[in-house]
Design a protein around this ligand. Sequence first.
Ligand SMILES: Cc1ncc(COP(=O)(O)O)c(C=O)c1O
Length: 449
Amino acid sequence: MFEQMSQSEAKEAVLQLVEEYWSQFHQAKDTEEPERIPYSGRVYDSAEMKNLVDSALDFWLTAGEYTEQFESGLAEYIGVSFCSVVNSGSSANLLAFMALTSPLLKARRVLPGDEIITVAACFPTTLAPVIQYGAIPVFIDITIPEYNINISQLEQALTNKTKAVMIAHTLGNPFDLGAVKDFCDKNNLWLIEDNCDALGSEYYLDKIWRKTGSVGDIGTSSFYPPHHITMGEGGAVYTKNPLLHKIIRSLRDWGRDCICNSGQDNRCGHRFSKQYGKLPMGYDHKYVYSHFGYNLKATDMQAAIGVAQLEKLPKFVLRRRDNFDYLKERLQAYEDFLMLPEPCPNSLPSWFGFLVTCKNGVSRNTLIAHLEDRGIQTRMLFAGNILRHPCFEGLEDGVDYRVATPLVNTDRTLYDTFWVGVYPGMTNKQLDKMADEIILAIKKQGMAI
Ligand SMILES: Cc1ncc(COP(=O)(O)O)c(C=O)c1O
């Protein structure tokens, strides 16, 4: 088929076939109403598939042009100067935290034994790097129905060992960025925003609407399929701070000092003309290591999907908001039995899900069993209280971690809280079915409505 074609014509022909393949086998599938209502899922069209195949045909494989395009596009969207694509949101959190341990940060460097304020109602990999490094997480409670850090308890967690606050914007609902940033600035603390579930959320600070992830020192994203945009597996770390960016890149790329991209040589112009550490003069800069690093890069094929997804992001965010508002309106009359989610003041969330806490005798477990039986996927608030998980066995309060305030609301989420989806692929019929079944499940529990 390709004999008479140039390479670019042949590629075009392949991409045309991909378009047809998508339309024949994927588009049709997407328009069918699935029996099951998932809490989230991929929303894509031929653009993602064509980018993926385009990248595969280039066969560059490692980080390349699509990666650079995605990094600059996401940085612009978030409103930061620097962005680094990585292979997952968990890797992004690992890099963000480990960046704070770099010797290049001198006195502000986080050392083992230093304290990091956080919450126990978390996704585990927001916390894992802190523990893995030997820093001490200090837990305070959350508020319900925002499910974010209780800012009135921040001072109680503070000691002369506190070096940072590292928390997520829970299910897209921004935490009180104004108050947390103020607290961090006043006490010379780093702020890491785990933005993995909140891409597109906004917060009004100093008379400007800012994207979450751009206010703290470092922000992180996940592009695992249920997230706001996907690459299959993938993540990103972003910052406005050039020194942090340099450290993040070094740690991401084996710990090296050099800033060349994969396959590039001598970008800095002094590959063989400088002296580093105790190395001989002129030792190849490509093989000079300023950190004990990792390799957390993603492939260009992942970034290629991300480039197409990023274009759809503004529409996805609006659809998530609309779906959230619709569910909330449908359930408003049942507030005696369900605590409905509330956005943080001064914020415009890009919701990841619709969080509900049962009250006045409604059983969460009975309610979610009813929904799951009818094909409606439900989810817990991740760990609920991470301290109650097997991974904490063997760790000692006051030694390996510290609980600064009673975790009353955190514990409540273990028993009463769950969430359902609001992702952009959800149809109005599905939203109605979810609301109808939630209401029916309350009625079935004998609640007088
Ligand atoms: C708040 C939060 N942080 C981090 C992650 C980890 O992202 P990934 O699954 O890409 O490693 C998740 C995953 O869903 C998350 O919800």
